[in-house]
Design a protein around this ligand. Structure first.
Ligand code: NAP
Length: 336
């Protein structure tokens, strides 16, 4: 078996391009004691990967030059020297931009595809869905009747966050980049209102959508949009800093100018990182699965086909806002 791998060749400037990567092909070794060989079926496409390619803002180790890019993957066990796995098991793990990974079985999560299809284990029941869940549980804590605004609301984290806000009894307002996405949020996902941030009068639209101001901001975008949201924050508001997709490709990050609203409003802004809650993932998934069964929570994956070497092109499509829901790449075999 030959393994095609995509490796970082140089530190990108601005958006990562195909020319920032190199391709290697090598034989897949047999798994040693405790190891498992996984064939990648779906690779997760995440905006934050850009922050791991340069030094600076990332919460994870920087990808080394010549290294495979460390990204979440869902796939099938094809060989196992670990007692907990057999061929045919479906698993997820940080397996990187390659067709096959030989890893310590302890780093893998076995998934139940009778509960949700494999791509959902990279999305709603994977890290992005869990991020929405813990952002509210640990930081935002929305209460019934409060207004929650979610940015990048039609994306992987945002689409789940808005639905959870509704489950908690809050009014969910989504912000995203097209009228079509806004319609999806209100008509299919049950958001109470949605605003297109490309509107010529964003503040007016936001004001209309949040007549009682905003109690919780679940921010995935950062930059000037977050600044505008400070102007709609209410007393004792909570701003959850989940991510800042608008800033990941920028050399210099735009910091909020309107932050003094936090003092005036006795409000607070707090970040979090999903990996701090690993020991609670299973319990969170059980609660989310219950909401799914009650018809309160649903997931959508935006599946794009590509070879491992297409990864940078698909990432570019995410930054262009082409995705609705969680973007994943279905891995098709590379031609030798
Ligand atoms: N804290 C944590 O532990 C944690 C864990 C996972 C993810 N995150 C963060 O959560 C955020 C969302 O991640 P995701 O995987 O769910 O991605 P996503 O929202 O599915 O995809 C990115 C979306 O961002 C929007 N976007 C792209 N460029 C933009 C720009 N310049 N300005 C405004 N919007 C832009 C696009 O939608 P539009 O059409 O609406 O522009 C695009 O669909 C990211 O910031 C990520 O880093 C944090």
């Amino acid at each position: 078996m030959l393994n095609t791998q995509l490796r970082l060749a140089r530190r990108p400037s601005g958006e990562a391009k195909s020319t920032d990567f190199s391709v290697t092909r090598e034989a897949v070794p047999s798994p040693e004691n405790g190891q498992v060989t996984v064939r990648a079926e779906y690779i997760s496409i995440d905006p934050s990967v850009r922050t791991h390619l340069n030094a600076g803002q990332s919460y994870r180790a920087m990808v080394g030059i010549g290294d495979i890019v460390d990204v979440p993957v869902a796939g099938e066990v094809v060989a196992s020297a670990h007692p907990g796995f057999i061929s045919g098991d479906k698993v997820t793990g940080m397996l990187g931009t390659q067709e096959y990974a030989v890893v310590d079985g302890a780093t893998l999560t076995k998934v139940d595809v009778s509960l949700a299809p494999l791509p959902s284990w990279l999305g709603g029941l994977g890290l992005t869905g869990l991020t929405a869940y813990f952002g509210f549980e640990e930081v935002g804590k929305p209460k019934p009747g409060e207004t929650v605004v979610v940015t990048a609301a039609s994306g992987a984290v945002g689409s789940v966050a808005g639905q959870i806000a509704r489950i908690k009894g809050a009014r969910a307002v989504g912000i995203c980049g097209s009228d079509e996405k806004c319609r999806w949020l209100t008509e299919d996902l049950g958001f109470d209102a949605a605003v297109n941030y490309r509107s010529p009068d964003l503040y007016r639209d936001l004001k209309e959508a949040t007549p009682n101001r905003v109690d919780v901001v679940f921010d995935n975008v950062g930059g000037p949009l977050l600044d505008t949201l400070f102007r709609r924050l209410g007393m004792r508001g909570r701003v959850i800093i989940c991510g800042a997709t608008s800033q990941y490709n920028e050399g210099e990050i735009y910091g909020p100018k309107n932050y003094l609203a936090l003092a005036t409003l006795r409000a607070r802004m707090e970040g979090f990182i999903i990996f701090d809650y690993v020991d609670r993932y299973d319990a969170a998934r059980r609660e989310m699965a219950g909401w799914m069964k009650q018809g309160l929570l649903g997931f959508r994956e935006n599946i794009v086909e590509g070879t491992v070497t297409d990864y940078p092109t698909v990432l570019h499509r995410l930054y262009q806002g082409e995705n609705v829901g969680k973007m994943v790449m279905r891995v098709v075999p590379s031609k030798p």
